[in-house]
Design a protein around this ligand. Structure first.
Ligand code: ADP
Length: 168
């Protein structure tokens, strides 16, 4: 039986942490659907099209990975694509409570949907999309957070410091 899983997220923007989880999921399972939330709770900084484009340029070449947008319930989206599990990354104990609650909720809504947690790579446990946005806005170096293929677009969009002016 072919095993399909879904990696859901806002990816605002995608980071090395997300890329690591998606890449590892692609080795563990036959098919990986990357589900990009179209309407994120908090207003995203990057549009849906930009978030998808960043994913296409970073994980789009993995042969068994498909990027899709979704609105509404993860439980329904998983059904639509035949995914038997949601794959989520766990960074720290602080992620656990929310993730556990979501996993149980999704199971209630879709009995066929399990949640698989992958431990964050030790190199990326501190990393989140918010960190990327905060650091870039202040003109800091984000080259350890996002790949070169999308770095300049993200940095130039967010950097609020003037060129050549030091951050005070
Ligand atoms: P959400 O808005 O659902 O939290 P995110 O885009 O922030 O979506 O994250 C999507 C998934 O990627 C989540 O499972 C999250 O735990 C995981 N993730 C984010 N950053 C990292 C990281 N640095 N290491 C491992 N997993 C991560």
């Amino acid at each position: 039986m072919e095993r399909t899983v879904i990696c859901p997220g806002s990816f605002d923007p995608v980071t090395y942490g997300h890329i690591d989880i998606i890449t590892r999921a692609s080795k563990l399972f036959d098919k990986v659907i990357v589900g990009v939330f179209i309407n994120v709770d908090k207003k995203p900084v990057f549009s849906f099209e930009e978030r998808v484009s960043f994913l296409e340029r970073t994980v789009g070449d993995l042969p068994n990975v498909t990027i899709v947008g979704f609105d509404g319930l993860l439980a329904e989206c998983a059904k639509k694509y035949g995914a038997s599990a949601a794959v989520r990354g766990l960074r720290a104990v602080s992620d656990f409570e929310y993730e556990f609650q979501m996993a149980l909720t999704n199971k209630k809504l879709n009995e066929e949907l399990d949640t698989v947690f992958l431990a964050s790579d030790a190199r990326y446990t501190y990393l989140s999309s918010s960190i990327v946005k905060n650091v870039a806005t202040l003109g800091g170096d984000i080259s350890n957070f996002v790949p070169a293929s999308i770095h300049d677009e993200i940095f130039n969009r967010l950097n609020k410091t003037k060129k050549g002016e030091s951050v005070k």
